[in-house]
Structure formats: structure tokens, C-alpha cells
Design a protein around this ligand. Structure first.
Ligand code: NAD
Length: 326
């Protein structure tokens, strides 16, 4: 039986990953401080005999030493996430995204040097590409951030530091580590509270309210179902040639945000028209957005052979049905 640690395991993606790890027979230790997640996300598996849930901050060095000592695999998902959260709490974003990663990597490195064999997954983000103008982003593309006076870029930059550190540990110490750059991930249990667009739209549509579209709605995004994302993460961690690699994970089916709003309204049979809102009203006057965000998934496919099982309409239907049931 593998012993696995999931940081941020009470969050949206972490709770699905935890469930999948339990289903495949692992012993799972979740560490989550419920800053944006909640233990309720794990209610289906809360009493599972192979789940240990610690409601604690992963920046505690004694805790990190203890959990790394018993881990065959460590999935690091804990982070400050969401455009709205980043706009409001830039200090927490930077601190939460850099220090715990540094602490975990240092501990895993020392543990492995002393004879351990812990492998490490870093949940990174498409935000590291910044505002690269290419139509389709592949892993070797340049990171193009805006100025440091715009807080938005602190999320991508902090995750880029995490990536540099993870890759350095792989190069200098042969640490078995893989980095997944998640593009927009959606599915059950995602909260709209921190600016995530699809849960916001679905909630508004089932309650017959107008869907708030920022700016002109022509921003292009791709939405992947969390189950497809979790399958990719698990497969990468079981693929030794993925160690030392950065891999895009997501969907490559592009849609504009306005198109998404119209699709959600159509499938939820919401007659209310969309409402446009400026970035200044939605965030602040310094907010800068990314116009187009589409991944090249060639590397993921060549390493795992996986492709998406869920189409966007199926995802919307599932979320609408669940929102109606609530
Ligand atoms: N959801 C997406 O579309 C998306 C896109 C790109 C990258 N990601 C990355 O995926 C990961 C998971 O994101 P998510 O969407 O599930 O967000 P989430 O907010 O639901 O999950 C993050 C979890 O980490 C926990 N956490 C944060 N700081 C912690 C700390 N110091 N100690 C313990 N727990 C802590 C939170 O309570 C939360 O449960 C993050 O690393 C995020 O950067 C997500």
C-alpha cells in the first residue's frame, strides 16, 4: 500500500485527487488549513479507514518533517488560488505560494538523501505564461509578466519560483518531481467565491440572475473537468520519464467567456441576458487580464496517452443539475 500526502486536499482539486487515491488503494494523509477549502469537501470519504485528515497549516516545519518521513508520494496543491483572492490579498498569495513549497522540497530532499524515496508533484498554473501573445502555449514558451505594480502577476510569478525550485531540486539532487501546469479546471465542489468563472455563471443562471461578464467577454479560455485533470496527475506521477518535466494539463477546447455565459444560459434555460462589468468594478483599477489562454497538450499526450473524457456541455449540465439540487 502506498502512503501518499496531499497538501490542500480539502480544496476543490485536492478533494477529487484524495478520492481517486483512496479508490486505488493508497493510504492518504491530507493537510489543509481550510483557508479556501473545507473539510466538507471530503464528507464522502471522511470516515474512510485509509484517510487521515489534518486541519493544519503546511508552513509548520515540524509537521512537514513528520509527514514527509512517511510518504512515498507527495502531491503539493496547497496555495492561494483565484484572481479575486489575489487582488485582495497579495501578501498572503506570495507567502502561501512560495514558503511552503520551499519547506516541503527541502524536507523531501533531505529525506531522500538519507535513503528515502519520496516523489513530488507540484500543482502549478497556466498563469506562469503571463500574457504571452502566442495562440497556443507550450511548456518551453517564454513567461511574459506585466509590471510588479499590478498584483495579478504575483500569482504566476510566485508559482514560477516554485517551478524553478522544483526543477533545481531535480537537477541538483535527482529529486523525482513533476510539475503540472493546470489550465482552467472545473467540476463539482468548485467555489465561485474567489473569482472562478464557471461556478459563478452556473449559480447565477439557476437562480435566474444575470451572468456578470467582465470587460468585453472576448477572453478565450479552455475548461477541463477535474476528473480528467486528476487522471493526468496520477498517470504523470507513475511515469518516471515525466520526472524533471513541466507538463500542461487541461482542455484544448477554446471558448470565449461571453460564449461560455451564453452556453450556460442556454443549458440552464435562463432567460436573463448577460450583464457587462468593467475590470475596475470587478477587481480594481490596476487589474490586467490575459486575452487568450490555450494549452498545447502534445507533451501530456505523449507522456500519458490520455485525452479528455468530458466535453464542455457535459460539464455544464452536471454543474447545473447539482446547483439545482442544492
Ligand atoms: N482550479 C483551477 O482552475 C486551477 C488552475 C491552475 C492551478 N491551480 C492550482 O491547483 C491547486 C489547487 O487549486 P484549487 O482550485 O483546488 O483551489 P482550492 O483553493 O480549492 O485549494 C487549495 C487548498 O489549499 C489549502 N491551503 C492553502 N494554503 C494552505 C496552507 N498553508 N496549509 C494548508 N492548506 C492550505 C486551502 O484551504 C484549499 O483547501 C493550487 O495549487 C492552484 O494553484 C488550480
Amino acid at each position: 500500500m502506498r502512503r501518499v500526502v496531499v497538501t490542500g486536499g480539502a480544496g476543490f482539486i485536492g478533494s477529487h485527487l484524495t478520492r481517486a487515491l483512496l479508490d486505488r488503494g493508497d493510504q492518504v494523509l491530507v493537510v489543509d488549513d481550510e483557508s479556501t477549502g473545507t473539510a466538507d469537501n471530503l464528507s464522502e470519504v471522511r470516515d474512510h479507514p485509509r484517510l487521515d485528515l489534518r486541519l493544519a497549516d503546511i508552513s509548520d516545519p515540524a509537521l512537514v518533517r513528520e509527514i514527509v518521513a512517511g510518504a512515498d508520494q507527495l502531491y503539493h496543491l496547497a496555495a492561494a488560488v483565484g484572481v479575486a483572492l489575489i487582488a485582495k490579498q497579495p501578501i498572503e498569495t506570495i507567502e502561501r505560494n512560495i514558503y511552503p513549497t520551499q519547506l516541503l522540497l527541502s524536507e523531501v530532499r533531505h529525506h531522500n538523501a538519507a535513503g528515502g524515496n519520496t516523489s513530488f508533484f507540484l500543482a502549478s498554473t497556466s498563469e506562469v505564461y503571463g500574457k504571452n501573445p502566442k495562440d497556443c502555449w507550450c511548456e518551453e514558451d517564454d513567461l511574459v509578466f506585466g509590471p510588479t505594480t499590478r498584483t495579478r502577476w504575483s500569482y504566476g510569478a510566485s508559482k514560477a519560483i516554485d517551478e524553478f525550485l522544483t526543477l533545481a531540486c531535480h537537477r541538483q539532487h535527482a529529486l523525482p518531481a513533476v510539475i503540472g501546469r493546470f489550465f482552467n479546471v472545473v467540476g463539482p465542489r468548485q467555489s465561485g467565491a474567489y473569482g472562478m468563472v464557471l461556478p459563478r455563471f452556473v449559480e447565477a443562471a439557476v437562480n435566474r440572475r444575470a451572468l456578470e461578464v467582465h470587460d468585453d467577454g472576448q477572453q478565450i479560455r479552455c475548461f477541463a473537468h477535474v476528473s480528467d485533470v486528476v487522471a493526468a496527475v496520477l498517470q504523470l506521477m507513475d511515469t518516471p520519464r515525466a520526472f524533471g518535466e513541466v507538463v500542461n494539463i487541461g482542455s484544448d477546447e477554446p471558448i470565449s467567456i461571453l460564449g461560455l455565459a451564453e452556453r450556460v444560459n442556454a443549458r440552464a434555460e435562463n432567460p436573463t441576458p448577460v450583464k457587462y462589468m468593467s475590470y475596475t468594478e470587478a477587481y480594481d483599477k490596476d487589474f490586467e487580464d490575459i486575452r487568450r489562454r490555450v494549452p498545447d497538450l502534445g507533451k501530456l499526450k505523449s507522456l500519458t496517452g490520455l485525452s479528455a473524457r468530458y466535453r464542455l456541455d457535459d460539464i455544464i449540465d452536471e454543474l447545473v443539475e447539482q446547483a439545482r439540487a442544492r
